[in-house]
Design a protein around this ligand. Structure first.
Ligand code: FAD
Length: 623
């Protein structure tokens, strides 16, 4: 049965990757179908109810700059907002929000239901249809067929999902949701390179059984930050606090005594878990010398008593979970609403993907999200947007788009995945970006919104707001470069309020702003400095761009120098065995991974700078 007919793009999965993929494909003009197990779980947060953080917040802002949903949905659902690293440099400052799970799902679902060009349908996808080595559509559990020249798979933790609580285990996509077994089987038949990974989540608690009076309160920031470039603090619902408590020696003894029934420590779980988000049993084992670990108690929403205890993710048996939770200060009488658990699932080696996230072996088939070996909502959303827009472009035979490493964290993510693959669930950090001074949260719009507009992802309202901001920054920067401050007209006392020493000669406002002790606000108090701009995001940008001018210019030169060879395309049919002097191991690696550009080739593990020089010589001879 063919119902309702055919689409340009089909997206499978309504998690963070799938929803951004479907929205992006539809925004860019493709007739898009989103198929997911359950419409009620669109935008569901499988684990912690929070969005953002260092590296992750950067990607949320990039998704927003490209017209995506995550930041705006967080503004509507966020019940606590903080700027992390607020006292450090702008490159590592990051927004993090605690979200009300239900409000977040509502915000995402609302956007999906109201998106032009997008059709939603609840179904489990069991099969892919192929025409030769191209994807041609999908088949659901009920045998309904949908056709499209481009399909984006975003199945998350659901492919062959296996949930573990102690030595008990059963098949599921996550707690309470069915696994995707038939689809996983089909992908294995297609000989896509598959592996197993694992992730875990803590037990959830009933807030009415928690004694907060013995805990440290952690309020959000005041004034409350916003996530989206178009966000306003008035959009936020009521704001709440989180609390902090700690594990102790008794907690650790209880955990150690339970390790003989831990699926991780008895070898029942084979998949590798996230090193940067370890379970509590892993932490006790790895940091044996520590006698306490922090536990953040985070409200799951405004209309529920459910609390998420961040820091005690576990797959120990339920009786051990209960005992360990109740050994923690303030949780002595805590009621567990849902047990913690671990889940093992199939992922596919992302080295089998092009930079567009299209698989190299099956044309038109795209992968995004946890299926590519990543972890985290933000990583998933960023990949989803990229795969969605590229699936739409593929359906129209347009060239794929992918940002470079110097343009976006999304570029770093793509490049890391497709050139290096993953050996454990991959999450983003600012340290992964070599150009992090340029890849800041605050300038994600300046880096990406114009590109988003060209890709058809940015609507008129965002485009107009962006242009107003960009023009205001340029005008004010020009003004600061043209206004000179004359020491004769500035009393010494005034100068000393702003500067560490009096002005000895005439200076441009722009150059004064580059001094570490001068802020934009203090600069404007100098006689003759003018009124400046009132809009805080414009003022922030003017200040950052002036302060880091030298570094940013140097970074730009560095990028320009490496760009030509970085982007040099490697011919499709290139046989690396023919490259003179190239070692067998390097030949095999290049033949196996088939990088698209010289830059990608250089980042494959084991491919040395010497090998790249040989490759360059070979390419020049061929030309
Ligand atoms: P998901 O959010 O899993 O969404 C997949 C979607 O696809 C679902 O809607 C599902 O119903 C649908 N689907 C799957 N197969 C089919 C099919 N055949 N047909 C139709 N629909 C289908 N991240 C962290 O950063 N830190 C953590 O500590 C952490 N812990 C986690 C613990 C657990 C137990 C789980 C389950 C996840 C955890 N995560 C964690 C990961 C985080 O939830 C994911 O990274 C993120 O949700 C991935 O988004 P996604 O869109 O790729 O997949």
């Amino acid at each position: 049965m063919l119902f309702p007919a055919r689409f340009d793009v089909i997206v499978v999965g309504g998690g963070h990757a799938g929803t951004e993929a479907a929205l992006a494909a539809a925004r860019s003009g493709a007739a898009t179908l989103l198929l997911t197990h359950n419409i009620e779980t669109l935008g569901a947060m499988s684990c912690n109810p929070s969005i953002g953080g260092i590296g992750k917040g950067h990607m949320v802002k990039e998704v927003d700059a490209l017209g995506g949903a995550m930041a705006a949905a967080t503004d509507e659902a966020g019940i606590q907002f903080r700027i992390l690293n607020a006292s450090k440099g702008p490159a590592v400052r990051a927004t993090r929000a605690q979200a009300d799970r239900n409000l977040y799902k509502q915000a995402i679902r609302g956007r999906l239901e109201n998106q032009v060009n997008l059709t939603l349908f609840q179904a489990a996808v069991d099969d892919l249809t192929l025409a030769g080595d191209k994807v041609s559509g999908v088949v659901t559990q009920l045998g309904i067929r949908f056709e499209a020249p481009a399909v984006v798979l975003t199945a998350g933790t659901f492919l062959n999902g296996l949930v573990h609580v102690g030595l008990e285990n059963y098949r599921a996509g996550r707690f309470g949701d069915p696994p995707a077994i038939s689809l996983a089987q089909r992908l294995r038949e297609l000989q896509l390179p598959v592996g197993r990974l694992k992730t875990g989540t803590p037990p959830r608690l009933d807030g009415r059984t928690i004694d907060y009076s013995v805990m440290q309160v952690q309020p959000g920031d005041d004034p409350v930050p916003v996530f989206s470039f178009l966000g306003r603090a008035e959009q936020h619902p009521r704001q709440v606090s989180c609390w902090i408590t700690h594990t102790n020696a008794r907690t650790h003894d209880i955990i150690r005594a339970g390790l003989d029934r831990s699926p991780m420590f008895t070898g029942v779980i084979e998949g590798v878990g996230p090193r940067y988000c370890p379970s509590i049993e892993d932490k006790i084992h790895r940091f044996a010398g520590r006698d306490e670990h922090q536990v953040f108690l985070e409200p799951e929403g405004l209309t529920t008593h459910e609390i998420y205890p961040q820091g005690v993710s576990t797959s120990l048996p339920f009786d051990v979970q209960l005992e360990l939770v109740r050994s923690i200060r303030g949780l002595e009488h805590a009621h567990i609403l849902r047990p913690g658990y671990a889940i093992e699932y199939d992922y596919f080696d992302p080295r089998n993907l092009k930079a567009s996230f299209e698989t190299k072996s099956i044309a038109g088939l795209f992968f995004a999200g946890q299926i590519n070996g990543t972890t985290g909502y933000e990583e998933a959303a960023a990949q989803g947007l990229l795969a969605g827009v590229n699936a739409a472009r593929c359906a129209r035979d347009l060239e794929a788009w992918s940002p470079r490493r110097d343009q976006a964290y999304l570029g770093v993510l793509v490049d890391d995945l497709i050139t290096r693959g993953v050996s454990e669930p991959y999450r983003m950090f600012t340290s992964r970006a070599e150009y992090r001074l340029s890849l800041r949260e605050d300038n994600a719009d300046l880096r990406l919104t114009q590109i988003g507009r060209e890709l058809g992802l940015v609507d008129d309202a965002r485009w107009a707001a962006f242009n107003r901001k960009r023009d205001a920054i340029a005008t004010e920067t020009e003004r600061l470069k043209s206004v000179w401050i004359n020491p004769r007209l500035v009393p010494e006392a005034d100068a000393l309020r702003v500067l560490t020493k009096p002005l000895e000669r005439e200076y441009r406002l722009f150059d004064l702003l580059r001094r570490p002790e001068v802020t934009y606000a203090s600069l404007l108090t100098l006689p003759g400095a003018g009124e400046g701009v009132a809009e805080p995001t414009v003022a922030e940008q003017v200040e950052i761009q002036a302060k880091y001018h030298g570094y940013i210019e140097r970074q730009k030169e560095e990028v320009a120098r490496s760009q030509a060879s970085e982007e040099l395309r490697l011919p499709d049919g290139l046989d690396y065995a023919e490259v003179r002097g190239l070692g067998i191991e390097v030949q095999q690696k290049l033949n196996q991974h088939r990088p698209e550009t010289l830059g990608q080739a250089a980042r494959i593990q084991g491919v040395t700078p010497a090998a790249i020089s040989l490759l360059l010589v070979h390419l020049k001879k061929r030309a």
